[in-house]
Ligand binder design. Structure first.
Ligand code: ADE
Length: 302
């Protein structure tokens, strides 16, 4: 029998998992198969129109549909979309491990084994996303979810930009001049702030910010307000070990290998910023076989 279009009545809605400016995500169970648990993103039509978010919702749906084809483990999969009078519904993978940010807050910072595990999975996923001509444009630990084994899944493609091909994975690509600020202050790239341009390298910048955050427990650029954060970004004003004060008996220095890697990712000039391929060849990943997908995509806890 051909599967008919699904509807909200096919699911039992459970607890709220999170909410954004125009959507709320609920855990939901498929009534046909109680073993199938999903996360359903519910977007209020009235809200979307009022707040002029139609563009973002359309981008998110199209991008998730495009990326779902390859079933990459690092991307939240979109299973169904439907709508009723009030809402649009996106039926997504349920990420049982929650947000990566919550895990980071739980442990304050990650040890290097965990930091590398998540960085490797992020790189593998970003490479796939970029190979499809997509720039995420809002990468941050809140948009990285975890499955029950601790494998990561990137979500929230509402700010994404799409190109026909991966023209230039390092630099500013295409004509992506954005008229409005997209992304989150702490992870926004200097090229967006200075030239209103955004390319594949802008996701690499956010990756650099996240590597720093995994090790230090906070993002590299953080001001009292957005403007101060932006000023720090364009001045490349960040310091390692800022939480260590001189009265602390043990002043552990950050691993110079990681410091050196992040320094070559967080460059103002997009042309000198490392590409994902160059990052893969860094000594921090010398024991990683990038072709061994089974190894890369192992969970971190069972
Ligand atoms: N919060 C937001 N999206 C989610 C998802 N897909 N799974 C679990 N929690 C979420």
């Amino acid at each position: 029998m051909a599967s008919r279009k699904r509807s909200p009545h096919d699911f039992l809605f459970r607890e709220e998992l999170g909410h954004g400016s125009y959507s709320t995500v609920y855990k939901a169970i498929d009534k046909r198969n109680a073993n199938k648990v999903y996360a359903i993103k519910v977007c209020s039509k009235a809200h979307i129109i009022q707040e002029s978010k139609v563009k973002y919702v359309t981008i998110e749906k199209n991008t998730l549909n495009l990326l779902a084809k390859a079933k990459h483990p690092g991307i939240v999969k979109l299973y169904y979309t439907f709508h009723d009078q009030e809402n649009l519904y996106f039926v997504l993978d349920f990420a049982a491990g929650g947000e990566l940010l919550s895990l980071l807050h739980k442990y304050t910072k990650f040890n290097e084994v965990w930091a590398r595990h998540f960085t490797v999975q992020l790189i593998d996923t970003l490479q796939y996303i970029h190979s499809q001509g997509v720039i995420h444009r809002d990468l941050k630990p809140e948009n990285v979810l975890l499955d029950k084994e601790g494998r990561l899944m990137i979500t929230d493609f509402g700010a994404a930009a799409t190109f026909n091909s991966e023209q230039d994975s390092k630099g500013v690509s295409g004509s992506s001049s954005t008229s409005s600020f997209v992304g989150t202050a702490e992870y926004v790239s200097p090229e967006l702030l200075l030239y209103n341009q955004c390319g594949f390298g802008s996701d690499v910048w956010a990756l650099g910010c996240m590597i720093f955050q995994f090790i230090e427990g906070h993002p590299p650029f953080r001001g009292e307000n957005e403007l101060k954060t932006f000023e720090k970004i364009v001045a490349l004003d960040y310091t390692w070990n800022s939480n260590n004060n001189s009265t602390t008996a043990v002043n552990t220095k950050s691993n110079p290998i990681i410091v050196n890697l992040v320094r070559r990712i967080l460059t103002l000039d997009t042309k000198s910023r490392m590409s994902l391929k160059e990052i893969q060849l860094d000594v921090w990943f010398q024991n990683v076989d990038w072709n061994d997908k089974a190894e890369i995509w192992k969970g971190i806890w069972q």
